[in-house]
Design a protein around this ligand. Structure first.
Ligand code: SAH
Length: 347
């Protein structure tokens, strides 16, 4: 049986056409599953009994199962999901006054081996399907009924989204489709370690979500050391590709920069960062390193972080120090790795 969650809109329209059913019915089905979060075809009361039966013959509506929830003192919640194949991934729910942001995963583990990231220590176990990717959003919306629904989605959880290209694009299309999840493409962000060929390809897709780049260093020698993918796509190639990225007029590329004490946090780094980004419409998120057991790195002092930021602000960049959310539950950037593996407690 095929999971209807994650199934491409165009493909379902084609199937309906083959069945002699008008394509607009797809919008009705999608609104049941993506907005009303109905999980049984019988409940889709504006569809004929015949169509409901036919759908039930071909499809199931399956969400990833919530295996554990861990609450942070700051109000964020880490969800541990169990997938059909038994593997586990995590999402982090981060509500504030105006936004409800969900950080979702695209892979079980990751193969990029960034030296400061906990997920990397798992290696790549498997790719998520489009249904499992968008299913994290639906399962959390289901769970958060009273708190309100997701307003923003960031693909910054476990995995490298552009290393699971087709499934990620399919999920993104459904997130922003006016017939499915209806989230504005301005409120969805894909974060990548910088797979240049894939970024070029992604620029040609008609998806237009925000792009975030994990830069994390200003010289190849350092970036090679902390992000091995840099050997394949060095800083210059990455920057050239981003300078040509077809950014919509009001959009900016986000650069993420993990600050590692003594590695990439010097004044010279700040100067080089300013030079690298001077020709790109962008904003910069500085992320003080989030620690985990066994990591050799440390975050810089408050003072160093501030002075790094101040230099960039003085150079007229929008540079933010990213609020670390969920550090107490290993839910912050780079701290996600399935709980079953790390043995951290579930609540
Ligand atoms: N693979 C994608 C998305 C996952 S990582 C990417 O590289 O963008 C999401 C962000 O968390 C990245 O910017 C990464 O640089 C950052 N990150 C990873 N480990 C971290 C850690 N231990 N502390 C702080 N930030 C970290």
């Amino acid at each position: 049986m095929i999971n209807l969650i994650g199934y491409p809109e165009e493909k379902l329209k084609q199937l309906f056409t083959d069945w002699g059913i008008p394509a607009y019915r797809v919008g009705q089905v999608f609104s049941w599953i993506y907005l009303h979060r109905v999980q049984r075809f019988e409940e889709m009361t504006n569809l004929s009994k015949d169509l409901r039966a036919r759908l039930a013959e071909h499809f199931v509506i399956a969400l990833p199962r919530i295996a554990a929830k861990t609450h942070s003192q700051d109000g964020s919640i880490k969800y541990l999901f169990e997938l059909d194949n038994g593997s586990q991934v995590e999402s982090v729910w981060m509500p504030d006054e105006t936004r409800k942001t969900l950080c979702i995963s695209s892979q079980v583990g990751c193969r990029l081996a960034c030296s400061f990231c906990l997920t990397a220590t798992m290696g790549l176990k498997s790719n998520l399907t489009a249904g499992e990717i968008i299913g994290q959003c639906l399962a959390v919306n289901n769970d958060q009924r009273e708190e309100g629904q997701i307003t923003n989605i960031v693909m910054m959880g476990m995995g490298e989204p552009l290393d699971n290209y087709e499934e990620v694009c399919q999920a993104l299309r459904l997130m922003v489709s006016p017939h499915a999840m209806k989230i504005s493409n301005r409120k969805v962000t894909l974060s990548t370690a910088g797979l240049v060929d894939r970024i070029r390809q992604f620029a040609q897709e008609n998806i237009h979500v925000n792009l975030a780049i994990s830069l994390n260093a200003t010289e190849d020698a350092t970036r090679d050391q902390i992000m091995p993918i840099n050997k394949k796509y060095p800083i210059k190639d990455l920057m050239d590709c981003l300078k040509k990225y077809p950014l919509k007029p009001t959009r900016r590329i986000t650069f993420e920069y993990v600050l590692l004490k003594g590695i990439n946090d010097s004044d010279a780094d700040a100067v080089r960062l300013g030079k690298l980004l001077s020709a790109i419409r962008c904003k910069i998120n500085l992320i003080p390193f989030n620690g985990y057991e066994g990591s050799p790195y440390q975050p810089p002092s408050e003072e160093r972080i501030k002075s790094f930021q101040n230099y960039l602000i003085q150079k007229k960049f929008s540079a933010f120090i990213r609020n670390n959310r969920g550090t107490d539950i290993l839910g912050a950037c780079g701290q996600l790795a399935a709980q079953a593996m790390t043995g951290s407690p579930a609540q």
